[in-house]
Design a binder for this molecule. Sequence first.
Ligand code: 3HC
Length: 690
Amino acid sequence: MVQITSVVDYEVQQGVAVLSLDNPPVNALSQGVRQGLKEGVARAMADAAVQAVVIYCRGRTFIAGADITEFASGPAEPGLHQVLEDMDNATKPVIAAIHGTALGGGLETALCCHFRVAVAGAKLGLPEVNLGLLPGAGGTQRLPRVVGVEKALEMVTTGVPISAVEALDAGLVDRIVEGDLLEGALVFAREKVAHGCELKRIRDRDEKLQSARNKPGIFAECRAAIAAKKRGFLAPEYNIRCIEAAVKLPFDEGMKTEGKLFMELMTGPQAAAQQYFFFAERQAAKIPEVPRDTAEIPIEKVGVIGSGTMGGGIAMSMANVGIPVTMVEITSAALERGLGVIRKNYENSARKGRIGEGDVEHRMGLIRGSLDMNDLAQCDLVIEAVFEDMAVKKDIFTRLDAIAKPGAVLASNTSALDINEIAAVTSRPESVIGLHFFSPANVMKLLEVVRGEKTSKEVIKTSMSLARRIRKTAVLVGVCHGFVGNRILFMRQYQAEKLALEGAPVHRIDKLLYDFGFPMGAFQMSDLAGLDIGWNRETSKGATVRERLCEMDRRGQKTGAGFYDYDENRKPTPAPVVQELYAEFATRAGITQREIADEEILERLLLPMINEGAKILDEGVAIRASDIDVVYVYGYGWPVYRGGPMHYANTLGLDRVVEKLRAYQRSGDSDFWEPSRYLVDLAEKGGRFS
Ligand code: 3HC
């Protein structure tokens, strides 16, 4: 065996050269890999004893893409194009042996091989769109020549990889290998040598493009299909343009289009934000004070207290990954209602083909209803999900403390209340933690894990791992009112309300947030959640616009009216009565309503969020700025192509953020606008949130 570079070996096994890559964790195409592939292929071509080449990866996966950490500095020689061109022009059969994931540049490498064999569990895809990019090493030109234009469009615009079995059907994989992959690849290579085979490059194939030329509407259809989901993102459109180029232009011209559009994306702010976010998400899993080898509490049975919207969604999150759940309610009517909603949700998913028919019964079978808290005695984790009332929560935790087995994790799904106060009523505060799911809990990706003063490292580690198991992204935060997400949101809501009082129409405020990239505006969000959260008809004094709306039975989407009027399809239209109410409240408060510029509206909504984020960092409630961004992108719909509030602040420049906060401070509401000391210090040093 010859070591070509520190990460690529070369060995000839009975006439077949095996180039083995070993570049953990994901065999990314770092400089050493590119160099090794280039030299290895050249060596095999020059070696008369070699008749074929197999590219094989050690470790958990085939090449999972270009090395994203190299993007900032620009890649060192040899460039990927150079390496792939040599492979494409190889005069002996080159075979990619794929396990794990062949993604991005990894799949592009495989597309420059003459053949691809894979294990059945492998996945193949071009996920560059998720990094704000497009495949920049020929993927947009080669993939449609292999799988056809429709499939290629789907793969590059969604970024979702396909299974090896689907790839076999699509012609992207030539054989599924049972048993040992390298052995199977060697057998395949020898067969090709023995029977002789035509070494046709993918770039020279045209038949699958031809059929797309007869369907000119294909691109418009694709654009229409992704319009809503990919609103605001540049990369999906750029990917489509590249596939269009593959269909319309000769290969080399198509490559030029791909290269030009790739560079445009790569040097733009969206790609920077999305790549930042890729690492931010992974960073959030790392807790400096909780080392990797911290023991975990095995979670095999989960209890959920409460079968309302949150409790039901949490139970589904567990059942979806096969964890049995006992869901406790007070009355049988509430329990039946809760179980009924879960069943309906699963049946809807089955109808839409998202889960199989059999999954409905299987998952329902994992959720057991009960009216007796004693049934939680054997649970490894119990999550309380009842309404936000400290007295009720304390009562539940006192009882739970007496029932739950020693060592069980006791969690509250509170979205704002003090975890330390809840923990204090138990004899085991080290076992108590906040697990703040977002509604709908079975769908939303974020989990705020709230550590109390006494929460043990084991309980934190267990909670972070559980999040990954139920396919959520967890962010560890500390105790404060509203934790990270809601505390920051309160700032935006406060300003939205003030802006409406000062004369900015509710729908204009919402439209600006929507155009910024949020899925909906502040008032639409309130309507969705319900305006009557915490409202009581008996005690209501009509002291705010919200209270007055509730008194008018405009309690949000569920009553067909709130800040907006809704039609039967829940489509909102601005409600004149809301503007009238704001005008009335403004007069009463002595505020003269005025025309407010878009720029001011947006700044007043977003800058306080950044300022609050800085205060949160100063207090140590979040570990790092990027954790706040993960909370915002996954919990509140902050557009990932703007990275999150803290990354956004970096792009504005922190000195500019401070300057603007001070300018608003001068015009009133001095305490609210006071820039955080942490932010000012950072800005004065010319620093950034990092
Ligand atoms: N470059 C550099 N580092 C990478 C990487 C990449 N392409 N992909 C993953 N990593 C790192 C992660 O940051 C993480 O590092 P850490 O342990 O220090 O946090 C480590 O590898 C493991 O990653 P995950 O935690 O994500 O491991 P999983 O097993 O959950 O997932 C994966 C593995 C599916 C490969 C996932 O990491 C992934 O989706 N990676 C990105 C794939 C991708 O986007 N490829 C395209 C890159 S762009 C490109 O190829 C351009 C080309 O067209 C020219």
